[in-house]
Design a protein around this ligand. Structure first.
Ligand code: F6R
Length: 322
């Protein structure tokens, strides 16, 4: 197995690693702000789903500025950056520290580890950030348990479900259905929306191919009509992948059926991909594990190196120099 493939497929072990972490108790905040970009920031989008279920707002900042509401609400700030050197995340940490907000850092080292924070969790280094989701999201879940927001981190079940998918899910038919097409991933709830985003970014970064994501019901109010004008092009070059969860609203279930029937002349549709497991995290990560297999399968088919993200590295270097 190539190194990057085994890094990616070590997600269950990473989740188990995080499950063994000891995080000191944190006073329960009224809200949480996660700062992070790309493969690190997505951990905030996933964790927000569990916080929402517990009635706690978790907002993710993917940029340079703290939102204005933090001055009054004074959330717990969690900065997630695998390298610990991402400039947007460090800028947010600096502003949060100036305001005297409690900041917890999660990184494999870098400037974030050297900052003066309330607490820092050091995750194992040497991976690509996007192949470290289990370390990053797992650590964030542990922080949210330590802050008495989540009653349970959900990591053991998520590890078991993802391990089973890596072992037994045959991604071949899905790879076949989406290969050589632009992939449009549609979630159908707050739970599958961040997963659809992760599908997109895994296809972008691992397979070096274009992909987009949206969520129903919103897409039914705009995107549904986008496969008309260029139907002869989109019907052969774009494919919708519907991500489904058993708690999708019953009207969303209907919407998927009708939307498929109404658009199938203008766009191809893959079979529905259903989440597995009981807990929110396991269900999200079950679909994420399938995205890993599909994006790695596409990379192999396209003959590209799934690990390298040369343009991202080059851009970071250019920005550092300017
Ligand atoms: C690379 C990747 C990127 C990085 C992003 C932020 O594998 O997924 O999206 O995650 O450039 O860098 P870090 O994660 O080091 O803060």
């Amino acid at each position: 197995m190539s190194d990057f493939r085994s890094q990616t497929l070590s997600l269950p072990d990473q989740l188990r690693w995080a499950g063994r972490l000891t995080v000191p108790d944190i006073a329960r905040p009224g809200s949480v702000l996660v700062a992070g970009m790309g493969g690190s920031g997505i951990s905030g989008d996933f964790a927000a789903v569990g916080c929402e279920a517990e009635g706690v707002r978790l907002e993710v900042v993917k940029g340079y500025r703290l939102p204005a509401w933090v001055e009054e609400e004074r959330p717990l700030v969690v900065a997630v950056s695998y390298s610990g050197n991402t400039e947007e995340t460090l800028a947010v940490v600096e502003q949060a520290s100036t305001l005297g907000l409690e900041v917890v850092g999660i990184s494999s080292g870098g400037a974030l580890a050297d900052s003066d924070l309330a607490h820092h969790i050091e995750v194992p280094g040497g991976n690509q950030p996007r192949a470290s989701l289990g370390y990053l999201l797992g650590s964030l879940q542990r922080v949210l348990v330590a802050a008495s927001i989540l009653p349970d981190d959900g990591l053991a079940e998520a590890a078991a479900v993802t391990a089973e998918i890596y072992e037994s899910f045959d991604a071949g038919p899905l790879v076949e259905a989406v290969a050589n097409r632009i992939v449009v991933v549609w979630g159908g709830s707050d739970l599958t929306a961040p997963v659809a985003q992760r599908w997109k970014t895994q296809i972008n970064e691992n397979a070096k191919a274009p992909a987009w994501w949206s969520v129903l019901p919103e897409a039914d109010h705009n995107e549904i009509v986008s496969f008309e004008a260029l139907a002869s092009l989109t019907s052969s070059s774009v494919v919708v992948v519907p991500l489904r969860d058993r708690e999708d609203h019953p009207r969303v279930d209907r919407r998927f059926q009708h939307t498929r029937a109404l658009t199938q002349r203008g766009v191809a549709w893959a079979d529905e991909v259903w989440s597995r497991g009981d807990g929110l995290l396991a269900r999200m990560l079950s679909l994420t594990a399938i995205a890993d297999l599909v994006s790695l399968g596409l990379a192999e088919r396209y003959g590209v190196d799934p690990e390298s993200v040369a343009l991202i590295d080059e851009l970071k270097q250019l920005l550092k120099e300017s």
